[in-house]
Design a protein around this ligand. Structure first.
Ligand code: A3P
Length: 345
C-alpha cells in the first residue's frame, strides 16, 4: 500500500516537474522570439522629428468629433469662442478636373486630422455674381476649424474658367493647387454620362456621345464640344501658368485614385507638407460599390454617393481611337510641363 502511494507521489512530482521545466523553456523561447520581432530601433526614432509648427494631431483627432457636430450646424457662439474656432480661407484648392475624381479626393483628404473640407462646391471664383459678393462672403462659406488646420475646397469649374487664375492669385499668390486628371477620353465619356443622366431625369432626349464628339461634316474631333475641350488639360494649365509657377501645382492620378488610392493620397500629404496620417485602415474596398470607401473610425464609415461611379455607355471603338489620337500630343505636352507621365494611349 505504502509502496503504491510512494509511486503515485513520484509520478505526480514527475508530471509537475515536467510542466515547470516545459513552461520555463517555452518562456525562454518566446522571449527570444519576441526579441527578434522587436524593431532594432523604436518606430518613433525612425520617423522624421515633428515639425514644431505642426498641430498636436492627437488633440485634433479628439476634437474632430466636436468639429463633426459643428459641421452639422450645432455650433453655438459659446463653443466657437471657447475652442478658438475660425472660418479660414482655403490654403489649398482642388481646381479640377471635372469628373477626374474631385469629390473622392476631397473626401479622402478630409480623413486627415489636419484637413477640413468645405462640403459644397462654392463657385466663388468662376461665378461673377458670387465673386462680386467679396472675399468675406467666401470666407463665411468655409467650415469652422482649429487655427492650425488647413481648409480645402473644390470647384472643378475653376480649372477651365478664364478669369479664375488671376482671381485666385489676387487672394493668395502662394496657395497650393491640386488637379486630378484621368485618361482624357474616359474623362470625356464620364462628363457626357453625367449630362446624359441629367437629361434622362428630366425625360429629355440627348445625342449620342459619338455625334457630339465628332464633327459630322469634317469627320474630325469636335473641339467645340465642352467635354472634349475640358480634356485638353495642357491648354487650361498653360493659362494657369501665367500666374503660378509649376511647383505650386500637384497633379493627382485620378485613375489610380480609383484602384489604389493610398499612394496618391500620400503624395498629396507631402505636397501639402502634412505629416502622413491617412492609412490603409482609413480606406477599404467595397465590392458592392466597386470602389474604395472611407473609414474614419470604428463606428463611422462612408462610401461616395451613387452619382459617383456611373456606368458609362458603350462608345464606338473607332471614335475612341480618334479621340485618343487627338489627345495624344496634348498629353505629351502635359507630361512635359508637369513632370508627371501617365500611361495614356
Ligand atoms: P465615373 O462616374 O465616370 O466613374 P468627380 O467627383 O470629379 O465628379 O469624379 C467622379 C469620378 O470619381 C467617378 O467617375 C469615379 O470613377 C471617380 N472615383 C474615384 N474614386 C472614387 C470612389 N472612391 N468612389 C466613387 N467614385 C470614385
Amino acid at each position: 500500500m505504502l509502496f503504491k502511494q510512494q509511486a503515485l507521489l513520484r509520478q505526480k512530482l514527475f508530471v509537475l516537474g515536467s510542466l515547470a521545466i516545459g513552461s520555463v523553456l517555452y518562456l525562454v523561447a518566446r522571449v527570444g522570439t519576441l526579441d527578434r520581432l522587436q524593431p532594432i530601433c523604436p518606430i518613433e526614432s525612425r520617423l522624421p522629428p515633428p515639425d514644431p509648427e505642426q498641430i498636436p494631431l492627437r488633440t485634433l483627432q479628439f476634437k474632430r468629433a466636436l468639429l463633426h457636430e459643428l459641421r452639422k450646424g450645432n455650433a453655438t457662439k459659446e463653443q466657437i469662442r471657447l475652442h478658438n474656432l475660425v472660418q479660414q480661407l482655403p490654403r489649398a484648392i482642388i481646381i479640377g478636373v471635372r469628373k477626374g475624381g474631385t469629390r473622392a479626393l476631397l473626401e479622402m483628404l478630409n480623413l486627415h486630422p489636419a484637413v477640413v473640407k468645405a462640403s459644397q462646391e462654392i463657385h466663388f471664383f468662376d461665378n461673377d455674381q458670387n465673386y462680386g459678393r467679396g472675399i468675406d462672403w467666401y470666407r463665411e462659406k468655409m467650415p469652422f476649424s482649429f487655427p492650425h488646420q488647413i481648409t480645402i475646397e473644390k470647384s472643378p469649374a475653376y480649372f477651365i474658367t478664364e478669369e479664375v487664375p488671376e482671381r485666385i492669385f489676387k487672394m493668395n499668390s502662394s496657395i497650393k493647387l491640386l488637379i486630378i486628371v484621368r485618361e482624357p477620353t474616359t474623362r470625356a465619356v464620364s462628363d457626357y454620362t453625367q449630362v446624359l443622366e441629367g437629361k434622362e431625369r428630366k425625360n429629355k432626349t440627348y445625342h449620342k456621345f459619338e455625334k457630339l464628339a465628332v464633327d459630322s461634316g469634317t469627320c474630325e474631333v469636335n473641339t467645340k464640344y465642352k467635354a472634349v475641350r475640358t480634356s485638353i488639360y495642357t491648354k487650361h494649365l498653360e493659362r494657369w501658368l501665367k500666374y503660378f509657377p509649376v511647383e505650386q501645382f500637384h497633379i493627382v492620378d485620378g485613375d489610380r485614385l480609383i484602384t489604389d488610392p493610398l499612394p496618391e493620397l500620400q503624395l498629396v500629404e507631402r505636397f501639402l507638407e502634412l505629416p502622413s496620417r491617412i492609412s490603409r485602415y482609413n480606406l477599404y474596398f467595397n465590392a458592392t460599390r466597386g470602389f474604395y470607401c472611407l473609414r474614419f473610425n470604428i463606428v463611422f464609415n462612408k462610401c461616395l454617393a451613387g452619382s459617383k461611379g456611373r456606368i458609362h455607355p458603350e462608345v464606338d471603338p473607332s471614335v475612341v481611337t480618334k479621340l485618343q489620337r487627338f489627345f495624344h500630343p496634348f498629353n505629351q505636352k502635359f507630361y512635359q510641363i508637369t513632370g508627371r507621365t501617365f500611361n495614356w494611349p
